[in-house]
Design a protein around this ligand. Structure first.
Ligand code: ATP
Ligand code: MG
Length: 420
């Protein structure tokens, strides 16, 4: 029987694992500079958490969730996104105490969505993201956009590789007015797609970012015209703060994002590289005022973003940017006799405890292929030990770059290897 990995998943090995580890290191590094703490939550949660947290009418909940019953018939879901689980953990563990605010958390992990697999769109994928809880302010909004840009810049993206789209989702009276005008205008458009037709009643703002009907939506009223003075001031100060740190944004009044919970600022960062075509959105996020309360927590505003790691790695690969350094050994030991092999294990232990990267051959290869192997493993030195070396208490160290061989006494092995 030949088993195959499930569709839309990936086996990571070789250099792909190294790239994944390297990007995680960059993420943890940048996050710590911004004073964010890491949080890890389970990969499955009760299905209701996502229904309430992400929204019953979203694609994620309606079409994309992996749902299963556990052995006690409780409905569970593999997490499709990071915000609801983090909020659940914050509420359950009472992390949002006044003295902890602003609470700044980040996560890196695997997420699951039943989607049609394409380049940059998997069923199991890796995301990093942040959630911040505390006072609502344009400075907090700008901090997470800055953080997202910093992450990408540290990974190797240049300013003009990225475009930032920003919108401000209106609320209160302005939203009520806008929603009613939008509905009227949408009802006049013929042949909207099925999703849009049903969303007019369930969640009309989502029609704005329908990927199918964009052309038909050119003349519908935009949110801008309905913004309150406060909303405008907020958006202007956000754009200004970002400008001060050299981040230019495109205001996009159609940007609403696929999740229901956003109120206020929302943003997306896209790659300007065309390689990924429709999967060019690397990062998306925004502010949510009510989610913490809605999930049983205190009435504290929050905001966050999620960033797709596979899409970033694909983009970097297209730009020929490598994050992981080439694998290399400091030393590869060749023991020519059984005794020399025994001695090799001791020497290996010593090299490794000195912090050197070392290995040896226990496949019983012949001399020629042992040297080939040391090249394949990119070893800087080959240490050769035979009967005569054992007698003389020395080893032969071959510098693979200069091809020079030197006899070295035991006390000088580390020094010689470090020097080569
Ligand atoms: P899209 O519109 O591309 O489906 P989304 O709005 O559903 O994205 P979010 O829920 O905001 O995505 O997730 C944040 C980021 O996670 C996305 O910008 C993307 O980079 C990444 N992402 C989302 N879904 C997938 C997936 N199925 N495979 C790989 N990466 C994904
Ligand atoms: Mg999606």
């Amino acid at each position: 029987m030949n088993f195959k990995k499930p569709r839309g998943t990936e086996d990571l090995f070789g250099n792909k694992v190294n790239e994944y580890v390297a990007i995680s290191t960059i993420i943890r590094d940048v996050m710590s500079k911004y004073n964010f703490d890491e949080i890890m939550t389970p990969v499955f949660e009760s299905t209701d958490l996502f229904k309430r947290g992400v929204g019953d009418t979203t694609d994620i909940v309606q079409k994309e969730m992996y749902v299963f019953e556990d052995r006690k018939n409780r409905s569970m879901a593999l997490r499709p996104e990071g915000t609801a689980p983090v909020i659940r953990a914050v509420v359950e563990n009472k992390l949002a105490q006044p003295e902890n605010l602003p609470l700044k958390l980040f996560y890196i992990g695997k997420y699951y969505r039943y989607e049609r697999p394409q380049i940059g769109r998997n069923r199991e994928f890796n995301q990093c993201g942040v959630e911040v809880f505390g006072k609502k302010s344009p400075e907090a909004d700008s901090e997470i956009i800055t953080l997202a840009i910093s992450l990408l810049r540290n990974m190797g993206f240049q300013t003009n590789d990225l475009s930032v789209e920003l919108n401000y989702l209106i609320s209160g009276v302005s939203k009520t007015k806008y929603v009613s005008e939008l509905k009227n205008s949408l009802k006049k458009i013929k042949d909207l797609c099925d999703d849009c037709s049903s969303r007019i009643e369930t969640n009309v703002l989502r029609v704005l970012d329908c990927k199918v009907d964009q052309d038909k939506l050119k003349n519908v009223p935009t949110m801008n015209d309905f913004m309150s003075e406060d909303d405008k001031t907020w958006l202007n100060s956000l754009v200004k703060i970002l400008g001060l740190i050299d981040i230019s944004v495109n205001l996009n009044p159609r940007l609403v994002r696929g999740l229901d919970y956003y109120t206020g600022m929302v943003f997306e960062i896209k790659s300007t590289d065309k390689t990924l075509a429709s999967q060019s959105t690397l990062c998306g996020g925004g502010r949510y005022d009510n989610l913490l309360k809605q999930l049983g927590g205190p009435d504290i505003s929050g905001l966050g973003f999620g960033m797709g790691i596979e899409r970033i790695l694909l983009d970097l690969e297209a730009k020929k940017i490598q994050l992981a350094s080439e694998k290399a050994l400091d030393a590869y030991i060749v023991g020519l006799t059984p005794k020399a092999k025994q001695f090799s294990t001791m020497l290996l232990m010593m090299l490794r405890s000195e912090g050197l990267i070392a290995d040896f051959d226990y496949q019983d290869r012949n001399m020629k292929s042992v040297f080939k192997q040391s090249e394949r493993l990119n070893s800087k030195n080959v240490i050769i030990i035979g009967e005569s070396e054992l007698k003389e208490n020395v080893v032969v160290i071959k510098n693979q770059q200069t091809k020079k061989e030197t006899k070295v006494s035991y006390g000088d092995i580390i020094k010689t290897i470090r020097g080569n």
